[in-house]
Design a protein around this ligand. Structure first.
Ligand SMILES: Nc1ncnc2c1ncn2[C@@H]1O[C@H](COP(=O)(O)OP(=O)(O)OP(=O)(O)O)[C@@H](O)[C@H]1O
Ligand SMILES: [Mg+2]
Length: 258
């Protein structure tokens, strides 16, 4: 579905070079929940930004099915991959009502005719468990979890095939986290979406991802089926990450590398 071929990206700040991505290649299959993990600064968000076309890569190609994706891609291609970020406060415009926020992609991508926009916004809110009355509100009147639900509804508006979720629950408290995670899983099934799920939280990966990619300093440290990577991690780096997961049961402790 998505193929990343030999992607490299460096940032240069005042003659200081950071190789954020160093020759990354991977394939994401349709309906995958593809997790990307790795320490802070390992290049996860940079990779997301390149797949989304927000950044230009220095080398390499990104393909979505038969289309080569560049950073100035057509609207038709842009609508297919959408983004949900960590902090809904900084991604929702505080001056716009929820209605305006969600209707914008409907208009840009001409998803429904103008007289149907209000109905569609209501429908999108219902998918994320919010009443129609939320349409008239501004972001600062919403809780963190509600804001993230709005961000998810906005991402769904253009009828994408792929959602890139960059730490979508880490700004939320634990109970809200699990509700939003469940919502994301339901939505994935309902719309047959493919997820690229970036997270620090390996217990989340274990619960929801079928494949996991471990990044370390801009390179791929390890890649495979989640259960295989967790039960037989190859690299020292992955072993260290897995050892750092808090466990609650002996069974969970059993599969940790010693
Ligand atoms: N716009 C930018 N300008 C300069 N350097 C950047 C930029 N974006 C990222 N970097 C650098 O590239 C490297 C990878 O950053 P990236 O944001 O991709 O990491 P990450 O894995 O998403 O980290 P985190 O888990 O903290 O979000 C870091 O060293 C970062 O400082
Ligand atoms: Mg990041």
């Amino acid at each position: 579905m998505i193929e990343v071929k030999n992607i490299s990206k460096k940032f240069i700040i005042k003659s200081n070079i950071v190789q954020a991505l160093d020759n990354i290649s991977l394939k994401i299959e349709e309906s995958d929940c593809f997790a990307i993990v790795g320490e802070s600064g390992s290049g996860k968000t940079t990779l997301a930004n390149i797949i989304l076309g927000i950044y230009n890569q220095d080398n390499g190609e990104v393909w979505l099915e038969d289309s080569l994706l560049s950073s100035n891609r057509s609207l038709n291609l842009r609508k297919l991959i959408q983004f949900v970020q960590q902090n809904p406060m900084s991604t929702l415009n505080p001056k716009k009502t929820i209605y305006n926020t969600i209707s914008l992609p409907l208009k840009i991508h001409k998803i429904v005719s103008n007289d149907k926009i209000s109905d569609r916004v209501e429908k999108l809110l219902s998918y994320v468990g919010l009443d129609a009355e939320f349409m008239h509100r501004y972001p600062d009147t919403l809780s963190g979890g509600q804001k993230q639900r709005v961000a998810i509804a906005r991402a769904l508006a253009s009828e994408p095939k792929v959602l890139i979720l960059d730490e979508p629950t880490s700004a939320l408290d634990v109970i809200v986290q699990s509700k939003v995670l469940n919502l994301l899983l339901n939505i994935k099934n309902k719309f047959n979406l493919t997820y690229i799920f970036i997270t620090h939280d390996l217990s989340v990966v274990k619960n929801i991802a079928n494949r996991v990619l471990v990044m370390n300093k801009g390179k791929i440290d390890e890649f495979g089926k989640t259960m295989e990577v967790f039960s037989r991690p190859k690299s020292d780096y992955t072993k260290t990450l897995i050892r750092a997961i808090p466990t609650v049961t002996d069974e969970e402790d059993e599969i940790k590398p010693k």
